[in-house]
Design a protein around this ligand. Structure first.
Ligand SMILES: *Cc1c(COP(=O)(O)O)cnc(C)c1O
Length: 445
């Protein structure tokens, strides 16, 4: 009996076949060779287990499919119809468009021709916008905390309330972050109640600082107590201990015009006299991923010369977008920043758009209704606050959501009551026609 494996083509013959003629040019000859080897190996193993020998055309189709999958866009842009404005899995805040692909004056002072400091322009904007003595930027808020602790409290104790030992999205767990910064955690108080006295009693000669952490993604209600930040600052001052605040989301303007509740702004937190306030650039600031530290020079200046500083230095793309975002706030045009533009769209306008989109979907034979929804800020910010919004609802939610996710562009919906909801709060109006096209292609009959 002939060996069935011998019926499979050799790698070099397969590569030279007509079927593979243009694949090398499109995907690169090394990638093609690798795919051919993998497909042949899989075929050999199947044939070895008694399967039939596939035709050359079938193998070629498999190779092409593999190459196409591997050449797909790594991070495709999507339509965010989830109703979550700061969606961590979708890249948090939508960004101001910027052009950073060419050369730029990153570290050169154009007036003098001297070498410039890359962070100076953005630090200077942060100082002006937040009215702070000193400011700096690192890659994200977690890095900001690690750097702050490493520079001020390595090998020393840092006091944190037990009610604030948070975990945010798995990889950020406060006790672990503190250990990474070399600080020893001194827990005080209880989950629901921590008193000023608890802090006062825990201060020793080895205390490096007091850290206050915004609870961000959860709330404690009922029998609760937390000392006023102002009183903690007074305590710290009287004992010569710095007080730092990890604000996380970094609310920086009055959100009531957007229909949200007033939250303390980082400017107000700073005004209590805290030594440093840190927050994410990509949460409520609506900027790129970044960690922003503002506060007293005594808190910020020592970070500059710490060896970790270089390891957490933001890249040029971050700095360009962050500076542009701050420029919009400085010019009192917050709604130029995409996140605030989305927040500012009146509910009636969202409703009208939902109506128009649903009509177009129905014309394509898709059962689509509209319904009032509540959108959320997300990103661990103001977890209990919602915004009025409207969505297009589609039946057989699970399967509709699957098909929409595989559309071009992918549309990410949210499931509620077995319906797929296309919530428009986080969809910029200029994406409406794109959304219709993608949904008709994915769901149309
Ligand atoms: C989100 C958050 C962080 C982590 O910020 P990243 O920029 O994602 O590193 C840290 N602390 C608080 C309180 C947060 O809300």
């Amino acid at each position: 009996m002939p060996n069935p494996l011998a019926a499979l083509p050799a790698v070099h013959r397969f590569l030279a076949s007509d079927e593979m003629a243009d694949a090398a040019r499109r995907y690169g000859s090394a990638a093609l060779r690798r795919a051919v080897r993998e497909v042949l190996a899989a075929a050999r193993s199947k044939v070895g287990q008694g399967g039939s020998v596939p035709a050359l055309a079938t193998l070629a189709t498999e190779v092409r499919a593999m190459l196409e999958r591997r050449a797909a866009v790594a991070y495709p842009e999507v339509v965010n119809a989830t109703g979550v404005l700061i969606h961590t899995n979708l890249g948090r805040a939508p960004l101001l468009a910027s052009q950073t692909s060419g050369y730029l004056a990153l570290e050169v002072d154009l007036a003098s021709g001297e070498r410039g400091e890359r962070l100076a322009p953005v630090n200077e904007r942060l100082i002006r916008y937040f009215g702070t003595e000193s400011a700096t930027v690192v890659t994200n808020n977690a890095a900001a905390l690690v750097l702050l602790l490493a520079a001020h409290a390595a090998g020393r104790e840092v006091i944190v309330s037990r009610g604030e030992l948070i975990e945010i999205g798995g990889s950020f767990r406060l006790p672990e972050i503190m250990a990474a910064g070399g600080a020893h955690l001194t827990e005080v108080g209880c989950t629901n109640r921590t008193h000023l006295e608890d802090y006062a009693r825990s201060i020793s000669e080895n205390t490096g600082g007091i850290l206050v952490v915004h609870r961000s993604n959860f709330r404690i209600d009922g029998f609760v107590e937390t000392p006023e930040l102002r009183d903690l600052v007074t305590l710290g001052r009287s004992r010569g201990i710095p007080v730092w605040v990890d604000e996380g989301s970094g609310c920086h303007l009055d959100l009531t015009p957007y229909g949200l509740r007033r939250e303390p702004t980082v400017q107000e937190v700073l005004a209590t006299g805290a030594d440093a306030v840190l927050f994410s650039g990509d949460k409520l600031l609506g900027g790129p991923q970044a960690g922003i530290l503002i506060g007293r020079s005594t808190a910020i200046a020592p970070l500059r010369h710490h060896p970790l500083r270089r390891a957490v230095r933001p890249d040029k793309n971050t700095l360009v977008v962050l500076a542009a975002t701050l420029d919009a706030f400085l010019a009192e045009r917050p709604n130029d920043v995409p996140l605030y533009r989305l927040l500012a769209i009146p509910e009636a306008a969202v409703r009208a758009r939902a109506g128009r989109i649903a009509r177009k979907l129905r014309l394509a034979g898709i059962e689509a209704e509209i319904r009032a929804t509540r959108a959320v800020l997300g990103g661990g910010t103001t977890p209990d606050q919602t915004l009025p919004s409207w969505a297009i609802s589609l039946r057989n939610g699970g399967s509709a959501a699957d098909r929409l996710r595989r559309a071009r562009p992918p549309v990410i919906s949210r499931i509620e009551d077995d319906l797929a909801l296309l919530d428009l709060r986080a969809v910029p109006p200029e994406q409406d026609s794109l959304l219709v096209r993608a949904a008709v292609a994915a769901l149309g009959v």
